[in-house]
Design a protein around this ligand. Structure first.
Ligand code: ADP
Length: 207
């Protein structure tokens, strides 16, 4: 169904490009550095243990990355999602991935931030990333790919969302990284790729 499948082995580990001028927010930890990737492209092509879906509360499909994931997975995904009773903002639920090359889909519901971002939205977005990692761990998953949750139709400013994504993943890996081999930040837009390139060195600094 999905053409141009990208196996984990062909997703490079992230390395900084260009000069890093800002002071890192975390200490150097090469073991953690080797567990993050930045990739621009269609998340539905990734052959990883789980791709994260930026879903809505119904879990019955929508536009953006949600639409692509449901198109790629086929109608059985919606059928399974329909048994889950929806999902609250900040929570995550796992399903099969059906026609996708991934093994699972982890559905999470990001905050709607069209009126601007307050602590409430920030906490909800943090909870999305955290819940996905925890659901992944409960299911013994070793490789997980995230899209830029909430930054499309849900209106969360991408420049603020990137720090949420990177800080939660860094903290999580620091706590319990043994079980996780790779976290892929799968961005879709060139502008998001630039944001991640600029911010990653602060969260995953090199010696
Ligand atoms: P939300 O409703 O949570 O804002 P969207 O799907 O509207 O979700 O957007 C979230 C992010 O997903 C945006 O950065 C968008 O560019 C990106 N995106 C859209 N399609 C894909 C895809 N096929 N793979 C990866 N990211 C995608």
């Amino acid at each position: 169904r999905v053409s141009g499948v990208l196996h984990l082995k062909s997703i490079p580990i992230w390395t900084p490009s260009g000069q890093v001028t800002e002071k890192p927010l975390y200490q150097v930890n090469e073991a953690l550095n080797s567990k993050v990737s930045l990739l621009r492209g269609d998340i539905t092509r990734l052959e990883v243990d789980a791709v994260v879906n930026a879903a809505n509360k119904t879990l019955l499909g929508g536009g953006g990355v949600d639409g692509s994931i449901h198109r790629g997975a086929g109608p059985l995904l919606k059928k399974e999602c329909a048994t889950l009773g929806g999902c609250e903002t900040g929570q995550a639920k796992i399903t099969g991935a059906y026609g996708l090359p991934a093994k699972h889909v982890i559905h999470t519901v990001g905050p709607i931030a069209q009126g601007g971002v307050s602590q409430r939205e920030r906490d909800a977005l943090r909870s999305c990333y955290r819940s996905c990692l925890e659901v992944g761990a409960q299911n013994q998953l070793r490789t997980v790919a995230f899209p830029c949750i909430s930054t499309g139709v849900y209106g969360y400013p991408p420049g603020e969302a990137v720090d949420v994504a990177l800080s939660v993943v860094r903290e999580y890996l620091q706590e319990k990284h043994a079980q996780l081999d790779r976290v892929v930040f799968c961005v879709f837009l060139k502008s998001d790729e630039e944001l991640y390139q600029a911010r990653l060195p602060l969260y995953f600094p090199r010696a």
